[in-house]
Design a protein around this ligand. Structure first.
Ligand SMILES: NC(=O)c1ccc[n+]([C@@H]2O[C@H](COP(=O)([O-])OP(=O)(O)OC[C@H]3O[C@@H](n4cnc5c(N)ncnc54)[C@H](OP(=O)(O)O)[C@@H]3O)[C@@H](O)[C@H]2O)c1
Length: 229
């Protein structure tokens, strides 16, 4: 049976790949971002929001899933990061998710098996240079995911995906030449970079009933980067 699913950030990258996978004629998708998604159809409702500003989501009575995709890759040496960098990264990666989940909670509680999926990064569990701002914000997302998984059980499951470098518009600057692509692929034990579909596959699993006994997890989808030498 189809589900009512809210994806914040489905106009690009992982969120767009997930929206296309879920756009199967049975699910009803509520997509929200600053620009409209290319994923369209009779079961899709788009709303324009900017999570850095005030917004009010229009949601159905019952919601079965929420996926929060907005994020940043603001890589700089620590001494060049200012308060504004840390605050903006925190707002887009973490506070936006807080505001979305708070607005969605009533509708999620009406579902039999509701699921929330959030995005972290490999750089929380594995120290990487120039990642201090984004790793701080994503560390907060992992904490939020665990705390909410405890607080919202048994009615709502909450899990976090921690990707390594994935070929999306967000990572464009890091993958802007064949040399950069190869060097980045070689840093991973599986010798490739991730695709939006790799991440969407995991998100789709976490939204569905096949993961009904999983909550409070941070799942690495990272070509082995976070756990192998
Ligand atoms: N790509 C990677 O290498 C990588 C690695 C580790 C973690 N991640 C995480 O994975 C998640 C998805 O990343 P992605 O690579 O798919 O990114 P992406 O291609 O930049 O897509 C992000 C989506 O979020 C929306 N968004 C961004 N800022 C927003 C705002 N202020 N208000 C509303 N919507 C906003 C964007 O739409 P609009 O611009 O239209 O608003 C877009 O639909 C992020 O949390 C990211 O941190 C990605």
């Amino acid at each position: 049976m189809g589900k009512n699913i809210l994806i914040v950030g489905a106009s690009s990258g992982i969120g767009a790949a997930l929206a296309s996978q879920l756009n199967d004629g049975t699910n009803h998708l509520y997509l929200a971002s600053r620009t409209e998604s290319d994923v369209t159809g009779p079961n899709i409702k788009y709303q324009k929001i900017d999570v850095l500003e005030d917004f009010q989501l229009e949601l159905p009575e019952q919601l079965d899933a929420v996926v929060y995709c907005p994020g940043s890759i603001n890589l700089k040496p620590f001494h060049r990061l200012n308060e504004e960098d840390f605050l903006t990264d925190f707002k887009v990666n973490h506070l936006g998710a807080v505001k979305v989940i708070q607005q969605a909670l009533k509708a999620l509680k009406k579902s039999e098996n509701a699921s929330i999926v959030l995005f972290s990064t490999v750089a929380v569990q594995t120290g990487l240079t120039f990642h201090s701002s984004v790793a701080s914000a994503k560390g907060a997302i992992e904490g939020l995911g665990k705390a909410l998984a405890a607080e919202l059980a048994p009615s709502i499951r909450v899990n976090v995906i921690a990707p390594s470098l994935t070929d999306t518009p967000l990572a464009e600057r890091l993958l802007s030449s064949e040399d950069k692509k190869k060097a980045n692929a070689d840093r991973h034990p599986l010798k490739s970079i991730g695709t939006a579909e790799d991440m969407a596959n995991t998100a789709r699993f976490l939204l569905g009933d096949d993961s009904r006994w999983m909550t409070g997890q941070v799942i690495s989808v990272d070509g082995g980067m976070g756990s192998l030498r």
